[in-house]
Design a protein around this ligand. Sequence first.
Ligand code: HEC
Length: 136
Amino acid sequence: MRLEGLIKGRSGVGVVLALVCLAIVVTVSILSATVTFVKPKTPAKDAWAAAVSEGEQLFNVKKLLGLKKSCAECHTVEGGGLEGVARTYPKYSEAVKKVVTFGQRINYCVIATEGDPLPWDSDDLTSLAAYISTLE
Ligand code: HEC
C-alpha cells in the first residue's frame, strides 16, 4: 500500500514536470518564431557618429548657432581649411598670446562671428570639435 502510494505520488510529480517542460519548449519555439533578432548595438560608435553628424550640421548651418556667418562660409574657402588642426591642440595662439584648447579656439571664431561663446561642456562645442577632428 505504502509503496503504491509512493509510486503514484512520484508519477504525479513526473507528469507535472513533463507538462512544465512541454510548456517551456512550446513557449521557446513560439518566441523564436516571432522574435526577429536585431543587430547588436555598439553604443560608443553610435554616439560618435551622432556627434560628428550634429557637428557637421552646426558647422554648415549658421542659424543653428545664431551666428552672422556659418563656420563653413569662412572655412571652406581656400586657406580656411581645418584639416588636421584638431590634433594640434592645445597650442599657443598668437591671437590671445597663450596656450588654448581646441574648444577655446572654436569659441574665438564664434565670438568673432557675433555669437555667444558655447559653454565648454556643451554638446554643441563637443560636436563641432568631433566633426572638425574628422577633417583630414
Ligand atoms: C568670418 C570668418 C570665420 C568664421 C565665420 C569662422 N572662422 Fe574659424 N577662423 C577664421 C580665421 C580667419 C581663422 C584663422 C586661420 C589661421 O589661423 O590660419 C580661423 C581659425 C579657426 C580655427 C583654428 C585653426 C588652426 O589652424 O588652429 C578653428 C578651429 C576654427 N577657426 C573653427 C571655426 C568654427 C568651428 C567656426 C564656426 C563656429 C568658425 N571657425 C567660424 C575665420 C572664421
